[in-house]
Design a protein around this ligand. Structure first.
Ligand code: NI
Length: 136
């Protein structure tokens, strides 16, 4: 019997979508306003989902206090109120699209969560645009 527990988190961050190998015109065509050289911000909403067996002694899949702390230290403290391109090492040469951000978040969390538990992240860049990554 597998049960999924979910924790919501939030961070505000700035980014710019840009491919260095392209001309400004091509970047503007593909990334639109998101290629603005002066950056722009998003209110990112993150949902971290952990799936596993219910532990017989606690009744938990995972202690949510611990999950909350991991997300706070590994993600919120690193990303909140940051310029992702300029201040977060992982995006020094990786375009900070919602897709790439979700993969970076998953990788940061995966090493902190018991390998017996499955991990999935959902990242909302806007209320209508969101991506999922489960490590595949
Ligand atoms: Ni954007």
């Amino acid at each position: 019997m597998k049960v999924t527990v979910n924790r919501k988190a939030h961070f505000n961050a700035a980014h710019r979508l840009y491919n260095n190998a392209w001309t400004d015109a091509r970047n503007a065509e593909v990334f639109g306003k998101c290629a603005n050289p002066n950056y722009h911000g998003h209110n990112y909403e993150l949902i971290v989902s952990v799936t596993g067996d219910i532990h017989p002694e606690t009744g938990f899949v995972m202690d949510m206090k611990i999950l909350k702390k991991i997300i706070q230290v590994e993600i919120e403290d690193q990303f909140d109120h940051k310029n992702l391109n300029e201040e977060v090492l992982e995006f020094a040469s990786l375009n900070p699209t919602a897709e790439n951000i979700s993969v970076v978040i998953w990788n940061k969390l995966r090493v902190k969560i018991d390998v017996k538990l499955d991990l999935s992240v959902t990242l909302y860049e806007t209320p209508r645009n969101f991506v999922n990554y489960s490590g595949n």
